[in-house]
Design a protein around this ligand. Sequence first.
Ligand code: 2P0
Length: 325
Amino acid sequence: MKATARAHTNIALIKYWGKRDEEKILPTNNSLSLTLDGFHTTTTVTFEEDLTEDTFVLDEQPVTGEQYERVTQYLDLIRTYAGKEDLFADVYSINAVPTAAGFASSASGFAALAAAATRALDLNVTDQELSMLTRQGSGSACRSIYGGFAEWEKGERADGSDSYAVPIVPADYWDIRVAAVVLSADKKDVSSREGMKRTVDTSVFYQGWLDNIPNDLNAIKLGIKERNFEQVGQIAEANCLKMHATTLGAHPPFTYWHDTTMAVMQTVQTMRANGIPVYFTIDAGPNVKVLYLPEHEALVEQTLREAPGVSDVVLSRAGNGISYL
Ligand code: 2P0
């Protein structure tokens, strides 16, 4: 009862920002992402009759505490789903997500864990079922089941049975690229979980965020289908700014931006004014991700490296969905 799965992280172009059910991880709005090939997690799950508890080894180090609890609680969910409550597992993970690149490893981590655990238990799940199971580990992870562009449908039902991601176009549909601009390796002040909860509960701008989502989604999906880079970039950048605006309207107010974040945003806008089509997006942290086309790679990388406060630039292409090794 052993299986190994690999999943890649993803970057949201229409952000997931808010939950309607925190326990089941059900979102208030649909989101849309691009899976990236540069960053992945490979996880082997081995269920054995004679184990008396779960073990979790990450990058050759045994994991305890909160991180271990999150994995073992997630395995409880899979065990319940499989009707095998008494079966424990060894979980062995390797993260090829440069932590300094500012990508949350929870997306690739939970997608690989869900895929390996269900395969190890011989559960015949569809991609949709796997996405639904993955969602319950970490929301954004449910989009990493697929390569290329994927949309997480928020669903309406209270039990979450209609809340999962669906593929939009595969990784080879369009060679669109992302530069991760590394500014700070500091631990963030407000975690994404806490930040989105505070925003939903208190932000005077939250309703405006929700009201705009359908327009942004329709426009970006049309842009993707037509491979219209300007349209996709403009919508992604504007959607990111709207998400971050909600944090300023929260109580107490907060922002994920540093002065260096704004300097990179300005660098991107200056490149654009000079005729290079580039757009930024920012998640729940200070680092900036820049969307660009292959023909501008050298110039984009060099310009970003020279921007104030930049410590590294990591380039990535569109990546594939779950694979089993
Ligand atoms: C996203 N983020 O769509 C958004 C944009 C951060 C900003 O998904 O609580 O780690 O595990 O469901 O998935 C980060 O949140 O949160 C996130 P949980 P998750 O990528």
